[in-house]
Design a protein around this ligand. Sequence first.
Ligand code: ZN
Length: 318
Amino acid sequence: MSTPATPRQESPAPSAHDAHQVGIDLGGTSVKAGVVTHDGRILQERNYDPGFSRGPAAVLDTLAGIFRELGGGERLGIGVPGLLDRPRGHLIASPNLPGFVDLDMRGELARRVGLAPERVHVENDANAAAVGELWLGAGRGERDALMVTLGTGIGGGLILNGELYAGAGMAGEVGHIVVDPAGPPCGCGKRGCVETLASATAAKRRALAAQLPPDAPGDLVMLTERARAGALAESALLREIGRDLGRGLGPVLCLLDLRVYVFGGGFSAALDLLQSGVREGLEERSYGGRAPAVKLLGATLGPAAGWIGAARVAMLAR
Ligand SMILES: [Zn+2]
């Protein structure tokens, strides 16, 4: 069932004194899971096939099997993409997980792994990634930060005073801050949300529309390579996309005076080319001349941030 991933940092078998935690990240195409000690050493890390074609019940069986295979434990932390009823641990809906509608993730998993429901911690995947990056990744040592995931859409996770802040459940969802009310239609039903302008999907669409790069319009890897090599049109497009991203984050700066932003997801590989625009957009949509002082950091844990953060959420719940 498992395909071992490249070990990040294989350590010797843990001693009885090493408290450790299993974390799982259920994604739309794969499951990433691992074991991390309370002091942040990664003991195991693996990728699995969720087997979505067999339906949610079978996927839940698979997740329980992963937990056992990784050694089990007293708690389980899991990150899932989608809208959660966090107090109950229910997944209300997920555009990325077929058939997962109004599902009692906590209860179903607890039953399968033989834990009390309060020992199973279900978190939104973007929130989990934020917790992971602030613990062991780019935001290590920071107390307040927003993690922004630039992928198919734009996700966000907010850490305030060292802790995940979810508000009534959906805090940090910066992808749907409206930048241009007359902009492109968004999956959420509104227009011009920042994710319609600065996600990887949006960047690809804008590159295609601009016929950039000329030899392969819409190819973001080539677009960024050409911009780094000094191509003016490509650089200008990325700067404009960055500006829209910054415009989307301006309200965050105004509301929270947040100075640390960690960017993950595939399109964050272009952060070096986006960042001057991000600062311009932040400056345009905030006040006080704070934009030059903000830290714009590239995530460092990659796809592991989700499972590591899910493990951390379970760990901190003690
Ligand atoms: Zn939207």
